[in-house]
Design a protein around this ligand. Structure first.
Ligand code: PLP
Length: 395
């Protein structure tokens, strides 16, 4: 007979999911109620308000899509791209490639702006393309590229799109909660995010927001949105209908309890404080890694604090090291993806996984495991360097 499943105890410091706080897990164990129950509808309204807080927006169309970040991505593209539309898609890692797929599958033409993995989206290349074409409908880019650990200048890209009169579609799956993100101030038109990265809620939900300009584009469509489930005009009858909410699909009730609690915790901390916390622990981790003799793979000015790409030293067996971290320390870090496979580790400091405890455990575990493999690193320096970053937090 198959028995109950008990997951092993892990510390999650990869590219997501991040550690889910016990408060969030406890919230998810609360009794399931009907998804049209007035009490549940009240909670849905709070989730919406909390998402508006986290995203710094007053967009009425701000809601969690009942599926992972990839579905939030499809929700943006399927509603906003019509056959024949030209969309500039910026690619500097894995996730921009998925945006291209989306544009093409919905009949649009993707004009690519490609930058090397590990570098940021080039504003100048985007500008040059906008100069060449006067019929661009949207600019799509990834704010925080989780595959490399690079943060692109979302504010400047949005300003550029406004100058040329096109919409912006922004992947903020990893940026939300970890680095500054201002939907209204920057003029972002459509954005999707995820719950399992810096919000540290369980995976399987994708917060999405649409500006009034984006909604106008949806209303002016000449062809029907090719997805029934993700058609914003239909979902809004459920998420935006107030007490007159109509059945659209059964919301993942308990997962939404978890998201609600994670967002309550974010609001208690204050979103700006959360950004600062990510910056602080990133500096401590970086100082520890560098004291050990390891090198950060991304230039300092475009580094994401919540996703640290570290160059794997010569002669180290990547897969063996990661499985040893998992076995001996219960610690998960991420492997390199695509062009960076085997070349870097991706160490996440996301949400509840962004604490001093996580930084110190990771440095200790990494140092010991590298030494066991005979790697040429400095032993005994990392934790002191990280500790110094905490007593001297401004550098
Ligand atoms: C994780 C991630 C996604 C996909 O989210 P899922 O929840 O895994 O579908 C998309 N974009 C970025 C930048 C991500 O980090």
């Amino acid at each position: 007979m198959i028995k109950s499943f008990y997951p092993p105890l892990r510390t999650l410091m990869g590219p997501g999911p991040s550690d889910v706080h016990p408060r969030v897990l406890a919230a998810m164990a609360k009794p399931t109620i009907g998804h049209l129950d007035p009490a549940f509808i009240g909670m849905m309204d709070e989730v919406k308000q909390l998402l508006q807080y986290a995203l710094r927006t007053e967009n009425p169309l701000t809601m969690p899509v009942s599926a992972p970040g990839s579905a939030g991505m499809e929700a943006c593209f399927v509603n906003l791209v019509e056959p024949g539309d030209k969309v500039i898609v910026c690619q500097n890692g894995v996730f921009g490639g998925r945006m291209k797929e989306n544009v093409e599958r919905f009949g649009g033409t993707a004009l690519m702006v490609e930058d090397a993995w590990g570098t940021a989206v080039s504003i100048e290349k985007v500008r040059a393309l906008m100069e060449q074409h006067d019929d661009i409908k949207a600019l799509a880019f990834v704010h925080a590229e989780t595959s490399t650990g690079v943060c692109s200048d979302a504010r400047a890209l949005c300003r550029l799109a406004q100058d040329y009169g096109c919409l912006t579609i922004v992947d903020a799956v990893t940026s939300l909660g970890g680095v500054e993100l201002e939907v209204d101030q920057w003029g972002i038109d459509a954005l999707y995010s995820g719950t399992q990265k810096c919000l540290s809620a369980p995976p399987g939900i994708s917060p999405v927001t649409f500006s009034e300009r984006a909604l106008d584009k949806v209303r002016q469509r000449t062809s029907r949105t090719p997805s029934w489930f993700l058609d914003k005009t239909l979902v809004m009858g459920y998420w935006g209908g107030g007490q007159k909410r109509a059945y659209h699909h059964t919301a993942p009730v308990n997962t939404l309890y978890g998201l609600h609690e994670a967002l309550v915790m974010l609001q208690e901390e204050g979103i700006e404080n959360a950004w600062q916390r990510h910056a602080l622990h990133h500096r401590a981790l970086r100082d520890g890694l560098e004291a050990m003799g390891l090198q950060m793979a991304v230039a300092a000015d475009i580094r994401l604090p919540q996703l640290n790409s570290v160059t794997i030293p010569e002669g180290v067996d990547d897969a063996q090291l990661r499985s040893q971290l998992l076995e001996s320390y219960g610690l998960e870090i991420g492997a390199g993806l695509g062009a960076l496979a085997g070349k870097v580790w991706r160490i996440g400091l996301m949400g509840s996984s962004c604490t001093r405890r996580h930084v110190m455990l990771c440095l200790d575990a990494l140092e010991n495991t590298l030494l066991e493999q005979g790697a040429d690193i400095h032993s005994g320096r990392a934790s002191a360097a990280a500790a110094a970053a905490y007593t001297n937090p401004e550098q």
